[in-house]
Design a protein around this ligand. Sequence first.
Ligand code: NDP
Ligand code: GDR
Length: 340
Amino acid sequence: MTEKRSALVTGITGQDGAYLADLLLGKGCEVHGLARDVSGFDFDRLASSSQREGRFHLHGCDLTDQAALRNLVAAIRPGEIYNLAAQSHVPTSIAEPLMTSEINATAPIRLMEAILDLGLGGHTRLFLAASSEIFGDAGGQILSENSVMTPRNPYALSKHHSYVESQKFRKERGLFIVNGILFNHESPYRSPAFVTRKITLAVASMRNTGEPLRLGNLNARRDWGHARDYAEGMWLSLQRDIPDDYIFATGENHSVREFVELAFAATGRRVRWEGAGEDEIGFDADTGVRLVEVDPVFFRPEDIGATVGDSSKARAELNWRPRTNFAGLVREMVLSDMAR
Ligand code: NDP
Ligand code: GDR
């Protein structure tokens, strides 16, 4: 742990913010969370953190408000900053590229400038949440820190911009910055805008609604891990004395179709697929009830077919490894949604 045991976490109301806040509090840290809408604050995800009286502080601040962000950093003088705040939804970035770029690229660059201007360069360590999206569509090739990067949507471009700039701040201006190149990670805290939680929520509620689940590309493959493991990787990466960039990934990938099958299996149902492409339908193998339909609305113009990451550097240098496997992740998400 760095000298001053205080951390500023942007994006505290998001999925990763909840796991990271819990982890940092467990390590005895003072946690300052930046949330843009304190009045609409989601205490559901942060229920256990917010109960740690005295060591959990919430600050209302939009990441794009440069002056407010700088004042916050000056007041807290955090030993660690985890910049998790982002417009993190790929389709939204296509609809709103400018807003995505301001939050995901310009704001982190301003944050780096603020650390320098405030004279905190030798004190504050900064973690930036980069993304496997920066590689673009690598055709299922296993991706390492040295793989070619060809970002292809506004979200990926914004994350790539921040990634490239941060390397300059590290090399040329001496800031302690780590990029975690994060592959997909999910959990019961995942927003329903993403396919995994959309599936587990639908599977859990289907007996009541009877509505089939409508999905896009069933054949897309992702390297899916558990968010709790990735939060641990973020923390580990700031504990080393030399800053560097790390891939966090499980090293295996699975299709949306496999995710659907395992999710239904957790409720005792088997899926039988019929048809192909937009006409494919998933039926309950025992009752014949329609469980899944393909809806072209959810297809993406330039979807990435498959991702899989090589996290051997993080495993060797940080002693990091994912603890929850794919089947365990799907089951935990379904059971959590059923319990709700
Ligand atoms: P979420 O979308 O769950 O959370 C994003 C957070 O950013 C939310 O708390 C959101 O607040 C906040 N935020 C968005 N815009 C602003 C703003 N202008 N000012 C302040 N806060 C803002 O993301 P995850 O937790 O899943 O991901 C964390 C980080 O990791 C993100 O940067 C994401 O891009 C990156 N990442 C995530 C991966 C994943 O699979 N989960 C994989 C690769 C990278 P609000 O609640 O107000 O919307
Ligand atoms: P992704 O996650 O774009 O990889 O970004 P998402 O869950 O949205 O998509 C994964 C794959 O599933 C396919 N898909 C669908 N996706 C959604 N959302 N809804 C559907 O109905 C659906 N049907 C099929 C998609 O086409 C895609 O191929 C996540 C985010 O967390 C980013 O912030 C992060 O950087 C990357 O992961 C790594």
